[in-house]
Design a protein around this ligand. Sequence first.
Ligand code: ACO
Length: 367
Amino acid sequence: MPFAHITGWGMSVPEAVLTNDDLAKIVDTNDAWIRERTGIRERRIARENQFPSTLGAEAALKALEVANVQPTDVDLIICATSSPEHIFPATACLIQDLIGADKAGAFDLSAACSGFIYALNMAAQSIRSGSIKTALVIGTETLSRFVNWKDRNTCILFGDGAGAFVLQASEQPGGVFSAVMRSDGSGGDLLSIPAGGSRHPATEAAIHAGSHYIHMDGREVFRFATRVMASSTKEALDVAGWTVDQIQHIVPHQANIRIIEAAARGLKLPMDKFVVNLERYGNTSTASIPIATVEAATSGRIKPGDKLVMVGFGGGLTWGALTAEWTGPLPSERKVKPQKGSTLRRARSFLRRILRFIDGLLSPREL
Ligand code: ACO
């Protein structure tokens, strides 16, 4: 049975920074409260022309370059997102087109902030089964578009960004070892975007009521999160047959520093085992675990051979944890050129639309 190795990683965040002081100018809050209660100092906010697909494609191309893999070698793209661009088409398909992954299947996975762990596990299982060889897993968000900028309970928390991993099959032991995925739909109302789906379509009344924004019971989500972070880490470690002492790094979902500190206490681990960057990005939902991992790998903190756990929680309710041994790029004869040429990719996508149009004109109409 092949192993599923993490061989490439990349991230992309918008340039625009929104600080706590900036937020204090629009809602009744202040820097000291936000830092003390959440640990967040600033977050990135997408420009009008930045979307989950564009941020996700940038992160994906960087990940492919690290892995030394061409977009056309990718078999499967799973995009975890809590702020999909549409109900359909899937954001994964938009990314597939932007990067020119012509042979890949592509779909979105909706498990809120646990989405990246779920997606990584699904991609790893597809590789382990032998049905595919190369997968791209992306977590990408512009949650700022679903935030009510008048609600101080939520607008201080979220930020935009994307992170991506390349997974590849290899007979060498390593890569993803175990995962646990859990859910409890009875808590769905604790964290939701009530309108915009088929139950409460985006009517004028729904928008007037603000039901298209993120709604959250912060205290209950906090209580749930502190309960599941340590327990799911332990479960994933048990499945892998690893002890907590064997782990070099824990990459938690970056929601609130107090939740991460509670997990550290629950696992009896020092905080320096936890990769934390939430002070600079806030909660980027599905992108938070890959962004934190990418920064740690790029700085050399996470090294080949290191054992790590990724653990998260989110709306649904969902939660989960995954163990992996860090690999890095697989040895390869050929060197893939840096992933540039977006003009070429755009031209090819445009050409396809034109060809589809001409084909439609020439095809005989059926009654
Ligand atoms: N600035 C100043 N004061 C505030 C703010 C603010 N931004 N927000 C709330 N307060 C006030 C409240 O009104 C309250 O005042 P009161 O005592 O007079 O009523 C007081 O501060 C304490 O409010 P709490 O809600 O008890 O504050 P808490 O310490 O629980 O922190 C927070 C709130 C940060 C939201 C916390 O509950 C939390 O992090 N929860 C988890 C949220 C989370 O992780 N969500 C994302 C999940 S992932 C996903 O799927 C998207």
